[in-house]
Design a binder for this molecule. Structure first.
Ligand code: 5AD
Length: 435
């Protein structure tokens, strides 16, 4: 979502005649787009921004802006703490970005104080009508929804991104048609709870079907769905539409009913398992990934073990694992102090979870060695003469190939796995060598 928001800002600024440069040293304006989901992300931003202050000492005209969720969360406090920051702008403020930069420039010419805060949440801002500046390449992010109507007790998103706002379905499909015409063949639909999308008569399964049928679109993904909106209708579209990839990200968060209840996730472990079964029954080959939080306040050791049990029985292809991070203003932050899990215990749980998750991933992937899969070549590899691509099931594969072939589809035999990723050999290339 943040990459996509960055592209949105770049699109608006390019439209106004700004040139996008890649190095802060070459820029007149540097925007640091931020995440607020965990404290760690925010600490890193503060470090980055203070580095930029070094540049500003050399070039006092440099404009430094902090945008996104952390800007929204810290607001004017950030301006006080970092007086060299000229602009803080939350995720609903991007439409006024060019105008805000002009205001800063105008104030500077009068030597007035230049700091500007754009922090209003707009309950309807979905950035309809604005065009993202996307980098060249075969894959594109397409936001269809912003904000969130859930209130998971650990999560800051509803407070920094406001309520759920969906884009008009026609506009989404038009945008995807435009992307396909420019050579994009894989799109990922984005939203905080993307599958609760609804715009007029169009719900998420219908939107997904329409996007999957756009000529030239060969792969469609979406992230992140809420398990409760993984409905039979959605699964039917996933199974029926050839373009929808055999991959589902299904954030479980915990394997304990009591913890899920206290997280206000609105499902039980059994209900989550039923969703997994529903999907696997319709799409036997599907890869499923998840998000898990350990050490949510009040999580007992036994409840943590229930999460490990969920991992061992569902066997996710990939798990993104997090230690609970206290976010001021969220309901969980107000739980009694004695509920908070100690740092050492939280770290130990995280490490144990990672070990289990990695072990399962390595077993699943080892069993896939030998398969021949369709791979979209997405990037040059880390080693010369190699390229990186992904299978439909979202597995990363490195193999020998010319970097000029980025954007092509090919068939690759998976020869070896590191556990998380694969090394492969192009099947057509092998055939060529034999001939
Ligand atoms: N602490 C730790 N992890 C969190 N996430 C969201 N909020 C928090 C938090 N306060 C995780 C969830 C979510 C992912 C994007 O980030 O697992 O699915």
């Amino acid at each position: 979502m943040n990459i996509s928001d960055g592209e949105l800002m770049e699109g608006m600024l390019a439209e106004q005649g700004y040139e996008i440069v890649r190095r802060p040293e070459d820029a007149d304006v540097v925007l640091v787009n931020t995440c607020a989901i965990r404290e760690h992300a925010e600490t890193r931003v503060l470090g980055r921004v203070s580095q930029l202050n070094g540049l500003k000492r050399e070039r006092p005209d440099l404009v430094i802006g902090v945008t996104g969720c952390m800007a929204q969360r810290l607001g004017t406090t950030l301006l006080e703490q970092a007086p060299y920051v000229d602009l803080v702008m939350g995720p609903d403020g991007y439409r006024s970005l060019p105008e805000s930069l002009e205001r800063i420039a105008a104030r500077r010419s009068t030597r007035a104080r230049t700091q500007l805060a754009v922090l209003e949440l707009h309950p309807t801002e979905n950035y309809q009508g604005l065009e993202q500046l996307r980098s060249e390449g075969p894959v594109a992010w397409v936001p269809v929804q912003r904000g969130c109507d859930h209130r998971c007790t650990f999560c800051i998103v509803p407070y920094v991104r406001g309520p759920e706002k969906n884009r008009d379905a026609r506009e989404v499909v038009n945008e995807v048609e435009g992307l396909a015409a420019r050579g994009v063949s894989e799109v990922t639909l984005l939203g905080q709870t993307v599958n609760s999308y609804r715009s007029g008569e169009v719900d998420f399964p219908s939107l997904l079907r329409c996007v999957a049928r756009v000529a030239g679109v060969r792969r469609v993904r979406f992230t992140s769905p809420h398990p409760n909106d993984v409905t039979p209708e959605l699964v039917e579209v996933m199974a029926e539409e050839p373009a929808v990839c055999e991959h589902l990200h299904l954030p479980a968060q915990s394997g304990s009913d009591r913890t899920l209840r206290r997280m206000l996730r609105r499902y039980t472990v059994d209900e989550l398992r039923a969703k997994v079964e529903l999907v696997r029954e319709a799409i036997p080959d599907i890869a499923i990934s998840t998000d898990i939080i350990v050490a949510f306040p009040g999580e007992t050791d036994a409840e943590f073990r229930d999460t490990l049990e969920l991992m061992r029985t569902v066997r996710f292809d990939e798990a993104y694992t997090y230690k609970y991070s206290l976010r001021e203003g969220t309901p969980a932050a107000r739980l009694p102090a004695e509920d908070f899990v100690g740092a050492d215990e939280a770290q130990a749980r995280l490490e144990e979870l990672i070990e289990v998750a990695r072990g399962i991933q390595a077993e699943i992937n080892a069993a896939e060695v030998g398969r021949v899969e369709e791979v979209l070549i997405e990037n040059p590899g880390r080693q010369g003469g190699q390229v990186l691509g992904r299978t439909r099931r979202n597995k990363v594969v490195a193999f020998d190939g010319d970097t000029a072939r980025v954007g092509e589809y090919t068939r690759v035999e998976l020869r070896h796995t590191t556990g998380a990723t694969f090394v492969g050999v192009e099947v057509s290339a092998t055939a060529g060598a034999l001939a």
